[in-house]
Write a protein that binds this ligand. Structure first.
Ligand code: FAD
Length: 481
């Protein structure tokens, strides 16, 4: 179906302002009573101490989202580890007209699993089994609560690996990545999650008085991919996987920015097999916590971070040296099961890339935020124009991706926060110079993407959540039952 221009949607359906009212306590009590009486072992969570963290994600990277979202809290939560429990919770929420917001690890950046209208938060981290791996095709079916690194650990004995993962690989869940993420590690080879061929099917629970458990093929699954859990509860996902490769972690230093940028542009056009490419401007590189054994970046040293296949090592160091790049460090593949939260000695290189760059920078400078841009080609004119206007208040962090089959660079620049007008001015400048914005300072699916309503996502919501109870306020195209 065709996209509907964002301008045709009434402004009143865009803001979460109308979601300050919580669900009437009598309906919550009736729901709690029904769930507590269920023979399926469902334990409603009602304590504020538990509900507060279960209602939050990593939206604090955005100074615009903080005032909008802080204080938004679920009225109850449930942890489910079996599909029968999900069916029971969905049916009860529909019958009592209580909003339901699904949650994985809660690492999203746009308040994706913050319940704007209160109601129930459904934590699916316990629904986490790898159901099958097809030995011939490598197609895997897994439950949404699987932590991505753990899932890779289960795929490895089959010689298979995930194609794509966010830099939150050690904490994020599969369901949250498909419903809320976009790409990350592997995007250099495999593009983005919504590209046809990654998500092959879904098992979905509908939000109806008599919930249905549906199995959708790849085409029918597409509208639920990156819909922030607004149009169905994902209870299993079928994915294409890739061969395992012992990705070498490489850190390359450059004295000149132009040479570093040129290498980042040219590398994806070689026959060298790479899975990730990240370029950090010198002032960013100097503040990163490098893995043990990797020397800290010197002043003025720009750094290129790579995941490279072992067979590239015969050619890559010489190729880089010819372009002014010096190999500073080579590490073996980081263990998929590296303990969560471990820092220093076990820090995997990927935890300096994508939004982890922002995380490390903000750990020292909380008055900074970020943007997400697909850069035009050539990139240098935009990068230079922004530098001329904003000086050291905008710092460049680039990632290599494949966009509709073509190697491109995206930017996650770090910005000193100077208020909403300065942010709007910077966005306008970048758009005027040809960048495509993926805005991390908004709460709806559409505004975080290309700004247009996807009619298929809305149609799926009408079919699977006809009362509009799922994660209300996040799908701008939904205008009510
Ligand atoms: C430091 C940092 C780095 C990051 N790097 C990346 C990156 O490289 N690439 C990237 O894409 N993202 C990135 N993110 C964002 C986020 O970590 C990922 O998108 C991650 O995959 C989300 O998974 P989660 O389990 O935390 O999902 P959650 O935050 O729990 O949920 C995300 C969305 O999915 C919905 N959802 C979750 N489970 C289900 C389900 N079973 N059914 C229906 N809906 C569901 C939720 O309602 C919510 O709308 C980063 C975030 C941080 C803080």
């Amino acid at each position: 179906m065709d996209d509907i221009p964002a301008s045709s949607i009434p402004a009143s359906s865009i803001t979460p302002a109308g979601f300050s009212d919580l669900v009437d306590p009598s309906r919550i009590q009736a729901l709690v009573a029904e769930l507590a009486a269920s023979p399926l072992g469902i334990a409603p969570i009602l304590s504020a101490a538990e509900l507060t963290p279960l209602s939050a994600d990593s939206y604090d990277y955005s100074p615009l989202l903080v005032p909008l979202l802080e204080g938004k809290r679920a009225q109850l939560a449930v942890r489910a580890d079996r599909v029968e429990q999900v069916l029971a919770v969905a049916g009860a929420c529909a019958r009592h007209r209580v909003p339901l917001t699904v949650r994985g690890a809660g690492s999203g950046n746009y308040g994706q699993c913050v319940p704007l209208a209160g109601g129930l938060v459904l934590d699916l981290t316990g629904l986490n089994r790898l159901r099958s791996v097809d030995p011939a095709s490598g197609v895997a079916e897994a439950e949404p609560g699987c932590v991505l690194a753990d899932l890779d650990g289960l795929l490895a004995p089959h010689g298979r690996a995930l194609r794509l993962a966010p830099s939150t690989y050690r904490t994020a869940t599969l369901g949250g990545f498909i419903a809320g993420g976009s790409g990350g590690l592997g995007s250099l080879r495999w593009g983005f999650l919504r590209d046809p061929g990654h998500l092959l099917g879904l098992e979905v629970v509908t939000l109806e008085a008599e919930p249905r458990l549906l199995r959708l093929d790849a085409a029918a699954s597409a509208p639920l991919n990156h819909a922030y859990g607004t149009n169905g509860i994902l209870t299993a996902l079928r994915l294409a996987t890739t061969e395992t490769v012992a990705w070498q972690q490489l850190v390359v230093g450059f004295d000149g920015w132009e040479a570093a940028l040129e290498a980042a542009r040219e590398l994806p056009a070689t026959a060298l097999l790479l899975n990730a490419l990240c370029l950090l401007e010198a002032p960013v590189a100097v503040r990163m916590p490098w893995p043990s054994g990797c020397p800290a970046a010197g002043p003025g040293e720009h750094r290129l971070l790579l995941h490279a296949a072992p067979d590239t090592m015969e050619v890559l160091p010489g190729w880089l040296a010819a372009r002014g790049g010096q190999l500073r460090w080579q590490g073996p593949p980081a263990e998929a099961g590296t303990p969560k939260g471990a820092r220093g000695r076990t820090l995997p290189l990927w935890e300096l890339t994508w939004n982890h760059t922002t995380l490390h920078w903000r750990a020292r400078a909380q008055d900074w935020t970020y943007l997400q841009l697909l850069l035009p080609r050539p990139e240098a004119p935009l990068l230079e124009a922004v530098r001329r206007r904003w000086g050291a208040d905008v710092l460049w962090h680039l990632e290599g991706v494949r966009q509709q089959g073509t190697p491109r660079l995206v930017a996650l620049p770090l910005l000193r926060w100077q208020g909403p007008q300065a942010l709007a001015d910077l966005i306008a400048q970048c758009q005027d110079l040809g960048a495509v914005l993926f805005n991390p300072h908004v709460v709806t699916v559409e505004d975080g993407g290309l700004g247009v309503v996807d009619a298929d996502q809305v149609a799926a919501k009408a079919a699977y959540d006809p009362a509009g109870l799922m994660n209300p306020g996040k799908l701008r195209g939904w205008q009510g039952p």
